[in-house]
Design a protein around this ligand. Structure first.
Ligand code: G6P
Length: 472
């Protein structure tokens, strides 16, 4: 029986080394939840890195065994692969470049060599598990070369690729010395998906200008196969977030928040530690709000969660210091005995706690400089059972294309962000509900399960089309 193989750099679980031995925690990411419905079915399997480097073969063997029970197969990375492939090429070359932070991009041949090597390593894992007729679904920028490597090993296989981060415009992409190899790597797939039409358009433009291929109507002809490129905006598990917000335990969870907050408004900010998220500018805008509108002092609290991420990478370390300083400065300038303007947390929260925050928040302030999609804003909307609450959303997030009822801002315009917060603070409830209802309808209709099934159907369609073209 044929199966589906999912491959992403990170597995949907995190392995932790504890005193009593190895421990496994489920990642709560949208991808893990959404694909959860398919990777555990039949013989399906998810290949990826379990997130640590392991000391000996014994430990690795145990991880392989434990993960097998959960339909997962680990690819282990050595310390130097973590440095050069993961922190290096993936997160110091591709990440900044694809998020339009070209000034942060590191161009290093050793990183590139490690990137090729680790993509090959993933290909080995696929070759061990794949059978003819299997469907292979590769995810994200850490594995851009993998589709072509797999194609070489299995020329007839069905390969889908989805990129979860933006694809930059040709003028930015062309700066990468390895641009042609990267495109050829991706073009090993039969279907290439992005979150937005703009990303798809940028990709097609690079394919046409760098690889010189015909890209009319989102179909690429590489001389052997027709490859389809399209936008598939990723959704969330809507029901899960709505149910959490409405669960009987939620009332109890909210008691301490109400005790601390009284009748204050809550602005919520949640991101991984990342310069693409625009956290310093968001803090500056909040400071300006307090400065220009003293009537809001003691009436509003910013709950800011920053989830630790990639903290061995220099730019992330610097960002952490910048955020710490800004929060310290704002809190020390404005706090009173009974009020702290910013409640700042640098750690990850379990999903039940996030759900409590979504429920308690009046305003979600999501202002990335650049974001492939952003699922936090979607989770906030799904959690608003009484439809009260306002979303302020950056036009640079993929989600802004679907959520037109949010207050859309340009994250480089501090004045506009201040006005958006002010508008959100005084927006009549009826207007909040009309906007929220509209956004909820969009997200309910196009949830994560729909996303998976539309992508899979399209992959099947392009494979059939290739076959009929070949027999014409
Ligand atoms: C983004 C990327 C994912 C990545 C995640 C967490 O959402 O699109 O591919 O897994 O960030 O980053 P990390 O470096 O911890 O895997």
């Amino acid at each position: 029986m044929s199966k589906t193989i999912i491959i992403s750099n990170r597995l949907p679980i995190k392995v932790q080394r504890k005193e009593e031995g190895l421990a496994y925690e489920t990642s709560e990411g949208g991808l893990a939840t959404g694909l959860g419905s398919i990777y555990k079915e039949g013989d399906n399997v998810w290949i990826g890195w379990p997130g640590l480097s392991f000391e000996d073969e014994e430990e690795e063997k145990q991880v392989v065994q434990d993960l097998k029970q959960q339909s997962m197969h680990p690819v282990f990375l050595t310390e130097s692969e973590i440095k050069e492939f993961y922190e290096g090429f993936s997160n110091e070359t591709l990440w900044p470049s694809f998020h339009y932070f070209s000034q942060y991009t590191v161009y290093d041949d050793a990183y590139w060599a490690a990137y090729q090597h680790v993509n090959q390593k993933f290909c080995q894992a696929v070759m061990e598990l794949a059978q003819p007729g299997d469907t292979i679904w590769v995810h994200d920028y850490q594995l851009l070369l993998l589709p072509a490597y797999i194609r070489e090993a299995f020329p007839d296989s069905s390969i889908g690729f989805f990129q979860h981060i933006p694809f930059p415009s040709y003028e930015v992409f062309r700066m990468l010395p390895w641009r042609e190899q990267i495109l050829k790597g991706m073009l090993g797939a039969d279907l290439i998906g992005f979150h937005t039409y703009d990303d798809a358009r940028h990709f097609l433009s690079s394919v046409s200008r760098i690889a010189g291929m015909n890209t009319a109507q989102g179909l690429i002809d590489n001389g052997h196969r027709q490859i389809m490129v399209d936008a598939f905006p990723m959704g969330i598990d809507y029901t899960k977030y709505a149910q959490l917000a409405g669960s009987p335990e939620m009332k109890e969870k909210l008691i301490p928040y109400h005790e601390v907050l009284h009748d204050q408004k809550v602005i919520l900010s949640i991101d991984r530690l990342d310069y693409s998220k625009g956290i310093p500018a968001r803090l500056q805008a909040f400071e300006l709000l307090l400065q220009e509108y003293p009537e809001f002092r003691e009436k509003v609290t910013l709950f800011m969660l920053v989830v630790p991420s990639r903290d061995q990478v220099e730019k992330y370390k610097e960002l952490k210091e910048t955020i710490d300083e800004l929060v310290g400065r704002i809190n020390s300038s404005y706090r009173t005995i009974t009020w702290n303007p910013i409640q700042y947390f640098y750690r990850s929260f379990p999903i039940e706690e996030l759900s409590a925050l979504y429920t308690v928040a009046d305003i979600a302030l999501i202002t990335p400089m650049r974001d492939g999609m952003n699922l936090v804003c979607k989770e906030f909307i799904a959690s608003k059972l009484d439809q009260k609450g306002v979303l302020i959303l950056s036009e640079m997030a993929g989600a802004s294309k679907e959520l037109s009822e949010a207050i859309i801002i340009n994250p480089n315009d501090l004045g506009q962000m201040v006005q958006a917060m002010r508008e959100a603070m005084i927006m009549p409830e009826e207007e909040q509900q009309t906007r929220m209802q509209h956004m909820q309808e969009v997200l309910k209709r196009y949830d994560i399960h729909q996303w998976v099934s539309i992508f899979m159907n399209r992959l099947e369609y392009i494979k059939l089309k290739q076959l009929s073209l070949a027999t014409e």
